[in-house]
Design a protein around this ligand. Structure first.
Ligand code: DGY
Length: 317
């Protein structure tokens, strides 16, 4: 009987599908990831691996799993997997696209407002008992309506995020593949990166992590941004040079940043936690009950389809 290893406890709907799959299932029933060596031991004789974005699935891991037929990532991003090596070994790799688009776009807006209107800071202030009444200069933040929104990446999540701006009557700039929908619905302008950085009040990142996007936003890019600009990252941490980000936030070279993903995830870059012009969330883009349930179902379904020799629409290799 084929065997599947699941690297973390999944939402119930996914576990249920696995229980009824007819395959043998081994589960790491904890919320923390396994260390690489322990993960290698657990995949030794499995055909299916269901993993998460913080499991590093590299050549060493795959070499330890001689029977492996499928790696099913419960995430749309798959930068944690050496897909080239998987392809050379004939191992299928699947992801979970589409499902988390809206949830992630919504979180990007939540972050945008949280940092612009200083929501976490205001909340902490209220709880501290320091509020002594309305004051003209208390907790002033940045306005959103009518401002310029800069979108880096024009794929599914970036598009959903931009379309949600409609009620705020924003000028929308985007950098990435031409997107006729954004142009038609919002009059969005496709610009080069430097123009977008110079002209945007809010810059939101929606690119996958590839070698070409590593530190896409670094010293030079920060120097082009407006002093009143806010940067939002719900994509992948290493897209930003976070040491530089800490420096520009400290110097108030930009107004603020809101991050859901981190360069050294789950570690925070030194200095980040001490700043009050940054809002931090724990990689929660897809963290709605509905979305996580559907992600788990899709990740399991992808794995089962490959193991059963059926067609799977979510293969990346
Ligand atoms: C993904 O699926 O890549 C997301 O980052 C998970 O929230």
């Amino acid at each position: 009987m084929k065997k599947i290893f699941v690297s973390r406890l999944l939402p119930d709907a996914g576990m249920e599908l696995l229980r009824n799959s007819g395959f043998e299932v081994d589960l790491h029933a904890h919320s923390d990831p396994l260390k690489p060596e322990a993960l290698r031991r657990r995949v030794k004789d499995v055909q299916g691996l269901i993993c998460l974005l913080d499991d590093k699935i590299d050549k060493t891991l795959m070499d330890a799993a001689s029977k492996l037929e499928v790696i099913s990532n419960m995430a749309v991003g798959y930068n944690n997997i050496d897909t080239e090596y998987a392809a050379s070994r004939g191992i299928a790799v699947c992801n979970t696209p589409g499902i988390l688009t809206t949830a992630t776009a919504e979180l990007a807006w939540a972050l945008l407002f949280a940092v612009a209107r200083r929501i976490p800071e205001s909340d902490a202030f209220m709880r501290s008992g320091k509020f002594s009444g309305w004051q003209p200069l208390l907790m002033l933040g940045g306005a959103v309506s009518g401002k310029t929104l800069g979108l880096i990446g024009s794929g599914r999540i970036g598009t959903a995020f931009a379309l949600m701006s409609k009620g705020f009557r924003m000028r929308v700039l985007y950098n990435g593949k031409r997107n006729p929908l954004l142009e038609r619905k919002l009059g969005a302008e496709n610009t080069d990166l430097d123009t977008l950085l110079r002209e945007s009040d809010f810059i939101s990142l929606h690119v996958p992590l590839r070698e070409s996007n590593y530190h896409l936003i670094g010293k030079r890019e920060f120097s082009l941004m407006k002093t009143g600009a806010y940067l939002i990252n719900t994509a992948r941490g290493p897209v930003i040079d976070e040491a530089e980000l800490v420096r520009v936030l400290k110097e108030k070279r930009i107004a603020g940043a809101a991050l859901d993903v981190y360069e050294q995830e789950p570690q925070l870059t030194p200095g980040l936690r001490d700043l009050d012009n940054v809002v931090l969330t724990p990689h929660s883009g897809s963290a709605t009950t509905e979305t996580r349930r559907r992600l788990a179902e899709m990740a399991v379904q992808n794995c089962l389809e490959i193991l059963r020799g059926e067609a799977c629409g979510n293969r990346v290799v």
